[in-house]
Design a protein around this ligand. Structure first.
Ligand code: FES
Length: 859
């Protein structure tokens, strides 16, 4: 028997197990989060005899008699202070890291009442936060320290909740104190656990699957194979390319190491691994194709029936060859960028259970409950209405939770066994399975005249789209549509190929293909600037689009665009720095290119409050706060009167996927439209009590033109955000600071906007300098600890400037534009420009070589 004191109470356990499991499973203290189970992320931080420790690294036998404090065990005053400080400073996004960070902060403040920023950074360096960039977390800890030190009471604050106000996030308190529920925090009576047996090889024929021994295990309830799938064994985020097997059938060929071959279901989570090992799968190993070149070689085996090219884009406007031939200066360069991992803090988890007559209730943490409903219904061969999906808190997504990962397997097992079933990926499975950012090989040629006016560009792009379609086609399209940059020239020729390989699938990841091509075109601009004899800033300002200009895709620049203003806002920072690089870029809001793209919202009056009902997933960006503030603005009601509901297919209309930086604009506009109808009723003199129970429906559907069209000025997307970033280096090549100016239209919530930008910049900095997703011959060798994620001590100061066009409201949703993706795009090229300024050496690969960051690692 093991005995320890947890939050002041003596607790015992007969089994020696990890402290994290004891806390989460036995004591249901789920504020301690399981982020990696490898001691690398810090989400499970607790105090052991006052010392900050990772609960996944300790077993109970080492803790006899020790005192453990979890987030739940903090004193009421401490909880009150941290909840206030983290909400007030905008330090909470997805929230998954926050309870662990609060514990690390408490460990520090127990020892030092007035820490420096540097001491705070050091205290939380074992806590990874993938969302915030740490800036606001440090502010939050300093604010908490001040409140404790000076014994200040929590100020009573009121906000109108209107646009432009720093309304505290509606979910900040529950996320800070660990009381909010992510799916893995939930257990249900009689709940079973399921886990998939994955392919032993990147490419192999599955000859036989024998479950006999596994079924003999006392905990094993069932082993499901493709034969048990009642509907369609193929799923896919894009309905028209459903090419991803739920389970690989006997006789078929696997496409990557994440392929599921069988699904074991156990009474206990602990025995899943043992049972999986008892499933006997025989394979005929085949040679994998792990590069686009190999997959496109003559005679290469076909990964999918239609061949190894998922999609091909060729965008031509004007006469690029002719213009390049006439150009004074022309540069041609090859760029190479790798596969990159989202590393969201919460590993994928879903719970499904039987509901009603032949239905399923699914608790999910994905990016669109309606896509999940459609895919699960298709797999089970039932009407969509039979699948009821409810969203729980999402611990970060960044695009990596758009595809099915666990939802379909939980639903299949629940359907077959008529019991609640949880599927939780380990961190290692998560790394192996979900789609990544595309690795790309890119050849870019760009020309300009004597003064540096851009004349034309040509590009050829090969994108490694991995084993399945996922969103590889649209990602390639965005990579191509943005490849010329936000500049006023009209002669472009961009050809791209998304190629299937036996690597993990590649799909949506913040930036959606544009991080890659922005790095290439922006680096080419720096080469041209040098030839012309002008600065990196000047070549951009000379060419940047402004209102009335055409983007390279022909779309007219809207009245509420402020790219040049962002360049002016960072001009001084660029020009006064000794060593600096700059990038300016743009990113679409909305799916665009003629595809269906709809935001929907129901506003209803229930028990005297206004409910805002949308299915727009919050993956950390703060969607509920956005719709709350739009409703406050429209209705002139305080935020206390608004309840933004969580996505639920029974309650909230289909607002589309959280992707393409679209939700603030699309669902924001739909919310405005629904709320306007309620506003009309209120303006007519009716009180809320008079309209109790009434619902008001708002919808916004964007009208855009297909990619291939013959229009002079097509509308490719509903809107664009613009940004300029300056990266400043010291003489050793260490990043000294970033100065970033963003045109994101009407700012909903300045602190939240800054948080998005800071988090995006830090993610971009990791992509540029430190992150590596190690693969060997199709096998994933990366571990959470080796991904190269930046910690709080490595992040430089970030100055953000929110720039607004004169005609800011000349757009939908009060002029709101998305910023989520844009925030990651300019960072790598700005850093590339800075290193070029440092030593005149072009670094055309990511992560960049020969920088302070590699040198330091090698010491
Ligand atoms: Fe830190 Fe999301 S808020 S990981």
């Amino acid at each position: 028997m093991y005995s320890l004191v947890v939050n002041g109470k003596t607790e015992t356990c007969s089994k020696n197990k990890k402290l994290m499991d004891f806390l989460r499973e036995d004591l249901r203290l789920t504020g301690t989060k399981d982020g990696c189970n490898q001691g690398s992320c810090g989400a499970c931080s607790v105090l052991i005899n006052g010392r900050v420790s990772k609960a996944c690294l300790f077993t109970l036998e080492k803790l006899t008699g020790k005192e453990i404090v979890t987030i739940e065990g903090l004193e009421p005053r401490q909880k009150e202070v941290y909840a206030y400080a983290f909400a007030k400073t905008g330090a909470v996004q997805c929230g998954y890291c926050i309870p662990g960070i609060v514990i690390s902060a408490q460990g520090l403040l127990n020892k030092k009442a007035e820490p420096s920023d540097e001491e705070v950074r050091k205290a939380i360096r074992g806590n990874i936060c993938r969302c915030t960039g740490y800036v606001k977390i440090i502010e939050a800890i300093q604010l908490a320290a001040k409140l404790f030190r000076e014994e200040l009471s929590i100020p009573a604050e009121q906000s109108s909740g209107k646009l432009g106000e720093d309304l505290k996030r509606v979910d900040a308190v529950e996320k800070t104190l660990g009381t909010g529920l992510y799916v893995d925090d939930i257990t249900l009576p009689d709940m079973l656990h399921a886990s998939a047996v994955r392919s032993q090889y990147p490419r192999a024929k599955v000859v036989t699957i024998n479950s006999a021994k596994a079924l003999e295990h006392p905990d094993c309830v069932s082993v499901l194979t493709a034969k048990d799938v009642p509907g369609n064994n193929k799923i896919g985020h894009l309905e028209f390319i459903s090419d991803w097997d739920v389970l690989i059938p006997e006789g078929e060929i696997t496409r990557y190491v994440g392929d599921a071959v069988a699904l074991v279901v156990s009474k206990n989570r602990e025995s899943l691994e043992e049972i999986r090992a008892l499933v006997d799968v025989t394979y005929e190993e085949l040679i994998p194709m792990i590069t686009c070149e190999e997959a496109l070689a003559e005679g290469a085996p076909q990964i999918h029936e239609k061949g190894n090219i998922l999609s091909h884009e060729h965008l031509i406007r004007g006469h690029a060859d002719e213009q390049l031939a006439k150009s004074k200066y022309v540069v041609t360069q090859h760029y190479s960028v790798p596969i990159n991992e989202h590393a969201f803090m919460e590993p994928e988890c879903a719970i499904a259970m039987p509901e009603g007559e032949a239905g399923i209730l699914l608790y999910s943490a994905g990016q669109s409950i309606y896509d999940e409903q459609r895919e699960v219904a298709r797999m089970l061969g039932v009407d969509k209405e039979k699948i009821h999906v409810q969203a729980k808190l999402v611990g970060g997504g960044f695009g990596g939770k758009e595809d099915m990962s666990v939802q379909h397997h939980a639903s299949l097992a629940a359907w077959c066994l008529q019991k609640p079933v949880k599927v939780l990926l380990s961190r290692q499975e998560s790394l192996m399975i979900h789609p990544k950012r595309h690795g790309m090989e890119m050849d870019f040629t760009t020309g300009c005249d004597e003064e540096g006016h851009l004349t034309a560009m040509k590009a050829v792009i090969y994108a490694d789209t991995g084993a399945y379609a996922s969103l590889g086609g649209p990602v390639l399209q965005r990579a191509c549509t943005h490849a010329a940059g936000p500049y006023k020239y009209q002669h472009i020729d961009v050809e791209g190929f998304a190629v299937y390989t036996n690597n993990p699938p590649a799909g949506a990841f913040r930036g959606f293909g544009v991080c890659q091509t922005a790095f290439a075109i922006e680096s080419n601009l720096n080469l041209l600037a040098e030839k012309v004899g002008i600065s990196q800033w000047e070549i951009r300002y000379k060419n940047a689009v402004e209102q009335g200009d055409s983007l390279p895709n022909g779309q007219l620049v809207s009245k509420n665009a402020a790219l040049k203003e962002t360049l002016l806002a960072v001009k001084e920072a660029y020009e006064t720095a000794e060593i600096a690089g700059i990038s300016c870029f743009f990113k679409n809001s909305g799916i665009g290119v003629g595809l269906s793209d709809v935001g929907r919202c129901i506003v209803s009056v229930e028990e005297g409050k206004v409910h805002v009902r949308t299915s727009a997933a919050c993956i950390g960006q703060g969607m509920a706060t956005v719709t709350t503030q739009v409703a406050c603005e429209t209705l002139d009601l305080p935020p206390e009167m608004i309840i933004a509901e969580a996505p639920d297919t029974h309650r909230t209309p289909d607002s589309g996927t959280t992707t393409a930086s679209r939700q603030s604009l699309f669902t924001g506009e739909a919310t405005r439209r629904a709320a306007m109808q309620l506003r009309y009723e209120l303006d007519m003199g009716r009180a809320l009590s008079d309209i109790e129970g009434q619902e008001f429906y708002g919808e916004y559907s964007a009208k855009t033109d297909p990619l291939i069209n013959d229009k002079k000025n097509p509308v490719s997307h509903a809107g664009y955000g613009y940004a300029s970033e300056v990266a400043v280096l010291d003489e050793k090549g260490k990043v000294e600071k970033f100065v970033a100016a963003y045109d994101m239209g009407q700012v909903v919530n300045p602190k939240a906007a800054q948080g998005q930008i800071e988090g995006g910049i830090v993610m971009g900095m990791g992509y540029a300098l430190t992150e590596k997703f190690v693969m060997e011959e199709g096998y994933v060798k990366a571990k959470y600890a080796t991904l190269g994620l930046l910690n709080a001590t490595q992040v430089p100061p970030i100055e953000t400037i929110l720039v607004q066009a004169k005609n800011i409201h000349d757009g939908l949703a009060y002029g709101i534009k998305g910023v989520g993706e844009l925030a990651t795009i300019p960072t790598a090229p700005a850093l590339a420009g800075a290193y070029y300024a440092l030593d005149g050496k072009l670094r055309p690969t990511l992560p960049m070589e020969d920088t302070f960051y590699q040198k330091r690692k090698n010491k």
